[in-house]
Design a binder for this molecule. Structure first.
Ligand code: G3I
Length: 383
């Protein structure tokens, strides 16, 4: 016990002296990749400060929006690769592990994909052909550059059953297997992932496990699972996150935290999720921190991040990447979801691109990892 205390103390002491010199990617270089989701201003470098921050701190990138179907393939036969090419070029130039997000999703897919000239749903074969063409055009174009794809995004409902999306309605449950097969054909070397939110919740987790086991039993290539990690200050509990990581790792998959952020604002009454279609009106009390985050909440956020990374480090043998969903607080989607126009503080860098106390807390957790490894995250889990 004394040894643990001493090691922990040394870790913290060391961290206090070396934080200023180190970066996220350096601190976790023996553990997992550290990524961020980028917007065009960052990868086209029109925002030079944020672009420099990305290059300094991260060794992996994800595209927040520009590889989504509605952006890259807005009309039949019309692809717009301009931004995607810039994104990939930024990653190649800066030697970053480039992630593709995403190939098949129920959201942000134009309605024409599912319809014929008379606006009726197309048949299974037609939709499979459209899916295949899209996956070959997009994944095929970036072969050897994009190292891993979120092939299917958010296919599960909260109760663990498959969402009744147009993909499922028209093709059937095997649309997921087909998407993975097409992605594998289009880029045989790429890693292929299933990505979703709220996988810490029992019913959805069970549904994801069943889905993945079915794919594995059918011989479909699937390399990893993305736990999106859209969290709040309290939820989900560390125990739930710990169990989710262990459960998916047991399936022989790489586990990734793919869209990490911590929402500090009051909930308008909805369950913690990342359901993009959920929207609430602004009302009194929902936007309390327009003039800055109070010190006690800043501290709570820092502690939450330290605890989260203690759990991630405990599983560093199974976790291959932790990606933040955004770079600075100012460009986080959480300023506009589920309520438009709020001032949120979910990331490690503030609106001036400066590191926050949460950044230091994450680095301290990394630098104290000998202690964390010895105590296996138990101190954090006990909180
Ligand atoms: O680019 C247009 C702009 O031209 C237009 O003027 C403006 C008007 O509303 O909209 C802009 O598009 C917005 C886009 O973000 C870029 O800012 C869309 O309305 C908005 O819906 C879109 O939201 C994105 C959302 O996915 C839906 O695609 C968020 O930025 C993005 O963070 C979010 O990311 C998702 C992941 O892909 C999957 N997991 C959940 C995660 C959070 O919802």
């Amino acid at each position: 016990m004394k040894l643990l205390y001493l090691t922990g103390f040394l870790g913290i002491a060391l961290a206090t002296t070396s934080c200023a010199q180190t970066t996220l990617k350096e601190a976790f270089k023996n553990d997992f990749l550290i990524g961020a989701a980028l917007s065009p201003a960052q990868f086209c470098e029109s925002n030079q400060v944020e672009a420099a921050l990305v290059k300094a701190q991260f060794n992996s990138i994800s595209p927040e929006n520009i590889l989504k179907w509605e952006v890259i393939h807005p009309e039949p036969g019309k692809y717009d690769f301009a931004l995607a090419d810039r994104y990939v070029e930024f990653g190649v130039t800066n030697q970053l592990a480039i992630i593709g997000h995403n190939l098949i999703w129920h959201s942000q897919t134009p309605d024409w994909v599912f319809r014929d000239a008379k606006s009726n749903y197309v048949d299974r074969d037609t939709l499979l052909a459209r899916m295949r063409e899209h996956i070959f055009a997009v994944a095929g174009r970036y072969q050897g550059k994009i190292i891993g794809w979120d092939v299917v995004n958010e296919a599960l409902a909260d109760n663990g059953t498959l969402r009744d999306s147009p993909w499922r309605k028209i093709i059937g449950d095997d649309y997921i297997a087909k998407a993975f097969e097409f992605a594998h054909e289009a880029d045989p070397q790429a890693e292929l992932y299933y990505n979703d939110f709220s996988l810490e919740n029992e019913p959805k987790q069970a549904g994801a496990v069943a889905l993945i086991k079915n794919l594995q039993a059918a011989g479909v290539k699937i390399c990893g699972v993305g736990l999106q990690g859209h969290y709040s200050l309290e939820k989900p509990t560390l125990q739930k996150i710990d169990k989710a990581i262990a459960t998916f790792a047991k399936l022989g998959l790489k586990v990734m935290v793919t869209e990490l952020d911590v929402n500090v604002l009051p909930s308008p009454g909805h369950a913690l999720s990342a359901e993009v279609s959920e929207r609430y009106r602004m009302s009194a009390g929902l936007n309390p921190y327009t003039n800055g985050l109070p010190a006690d909440v800043q501290q709570q956020l820092a502690q939450r991040y330290a605890d989260l990374f203690s759990v991630f480090l405990k599983h560093r043998g199974s976790i291959s990447r932790v990606t933040f969903w955004g770079v600075t607080d100012g460009n986080s989607w959480l300023n506009d979801w589920p309520v438009q126009g709020r001032t949120n503080y979910p990331l490690l860098f503030n609106r001036e691109s400066k590191p926050k106390p949460a950044f230091d807390a994450v680095l301290k957790t990394a630098l104290g990892k000998t202690a964390i490894k010895l105590s296996a995250g138990e101190s954090a889990l006990a909180r």
